[in-house]
Ligand binder design. Sequence first.
Ligand SMILES: [Zn+2]
Length: 291
Amino acid sequence: MSNAELMTAGKPSLLGQRTCASLVIIVVALARPNLFGLLWSMETQLTWYGQSAFKIVTPGGKVLLVDPWLTNPVFENAKDEIAGLNHVDLVLVTHGHSDHVGNAVEIGKRTRAKLVATFDLSAAIVSALGYPSELADVETTGHMGGTLTLLRGDIAVTFVPAWHGSGVSKEETAPAVYAGTPSGLIIALRHGPTIYHTGDTDLFSDMALVSRFHKIDIMLVCIGDHFTMGPARAAEAVKLVNPREVIPMHYGTFPVLTGTPEAFERELKKRKIKAKLRGMKVGETITLPKS
Ligand SMILES: [Zn+2]
């Protein structure tokens, strides 16, 4: 045996190593599209916690909370639900009132979720309520008409107007801190539906502009009356936005929020609106089809 043959005896040959490496690359290359295909085939999950609070789990497994007031009077499992929220990517808030900011700070501090809000609202939630400032930077802060592309393009959020108020209060009796103008949110999910959360608002004619730029699959619309539009005006809003499905929110939490899904259904029918009405129970999770 030559010296060279002695040195390589008992070791896998270089050719063998290269063949193995090539095989691994081929297997990974074949597996990855299947893996991504599997992820993309997952459906979006939507959970309603009452009032305007929703959890959205995207087809890619990202977790979003919108107006996360879980400790509201109608959701009984708030404590357990909050304790179980270990992974949250984004907390989105439409305006500064306590029934929308809700448990955002507590959840943000624990999960390190980034805060998505307009500039003034984000600043108010950080300065007055203590949301960690490093989780509310320019990446997730925008303003009306602007679109933020987030989570490596898995989600795009556009801020649109809402006719309401906005102010952040640390306590019920404390004076409100300026929090800019309220917003609605258009949340477009990659490989999933585009969702329009109206925030708290009255009907306004510029809602028609939403459908000019976005094909809305799901419209989450306030119907409770008193502080927002009621069933009739909400039905007119649906007519302007023309979504595929509509889910009512912001009703039944307090006695003054008198709008009901039944009254809303009547108003939709009166106007021959094609959008499918999909009522949700508090705490219910539904799957949303792809766009
Ligand atoms: Zn509200």
